[in-house]
Design a protein around this ligand. Structure first.
Ligand SMILES: CSCCC(=O)C(=O)COP(=O)(O)O
Ligand SMILES: [Zn+2]
Length: 224
């Protein structure tokens, strides 16, 4: 009997990135995707690559000690010395550390995510009680649900510190966070779920922007 073929997990990231790029959520090299392997290392997109045309050589494997395996060592997982891991690798790392069940972490930049991140000044964005929330694991009637927002900082380590501090004390309602004027990041137990989560949060953001445009009351406003 033939043993099942092992599929390279980078292929799923390549397909997901192309799809998100086509939606306009990963334009101009924006965004980054990663997948965690059973040995707790993870593949992440290389920095500054066009996300619509990734190839297997456009990924860096990060090991649990936080370093990429250097060129010349026995396990060469960095295709060439000039290929650098995503500038936001540390965000993926902290999310994998905080949420051990996560095996995929996706980050995209959409216009709508940036708009809704300005709907509130505080650090949570109330979400409308849409049916779509069920896809994000919220199975309640008329749910009172909010997404965590973090300020954007030039130093990614500042964003990471804030995520660590807040989520250690207040676990998020959703497997998603929004960085203001930047984009959304989700984490999930599988690549399929991760792709769904991105589509769902982006749908919700689109709805919120559209609802504001037609004057639907209360959408994205802070509650008392
Ligand atoms: C033009 S996007 C600016 C950087 C960023 O926010 C991003 O998501 C992409 O960075 P990377 O290093 O992963 O290419
Ligand atoms: Zn980004």
């Amino acid at each position: 009997m033939n043993s099942p073929k092992l599929i390279d997990p980078r292929l799923e990231l390549i397909c997901a990135a192309r799809h998100f790029y086509q939606q306009g959520w990963m334009v101009g090299t924006s965004g980054n995707l990663s997948v965690r392997l059973p040995d707790h290392s993870f593949w992440i997109t290389a920095s500054g690559q066009c996300k619509g045309e990734l190839e297997l050589g456009d990924f860096v494997r990060i090991y649990p000690n936080g370093t990429a395996c250097p060129e010349g060592s026995r396990r060469v997982e960095k295709p060439s010395p000039d290929v650098k891991p995503s500038a936001e690798t540390a965000i993926h790392q902290v999310l994998y550390a905080l949420f051990p069940e996560a095996t995929s972490c996706y980050h995209v930049h959409s216009v709508e995510a940036n708009l809704v991140s300005r709907f509130v000044k505080g650090d949570t964005l109330p979400l409308p009680p849409l049916e779509m929330l069920k896809g994000l694991g919220v199975w309640e009637e008329n749910p009172d649900c909010a997404m965590s927002i973090f300020d954007n900082h030039l130093q990614v380590s500042c964003i990471v510190d804030e995520i660590k501090e807040r989520f250690r004390t207040i676990p998020p309602q959703l497997s998603a966070l929004l960085i203001r004027d930047h984009g959304v990041t989700i984490w999930a137990p599988s690549a399929k779920t991760a792709r769904n989560y991105i589509e769902l949060v982006e749908y919700i953001f689109r709805y919120m922007v559209a609802a504001r445009g037609v004057g639907v009351w209360g959408v994205g406003e802070e509650r008392d």
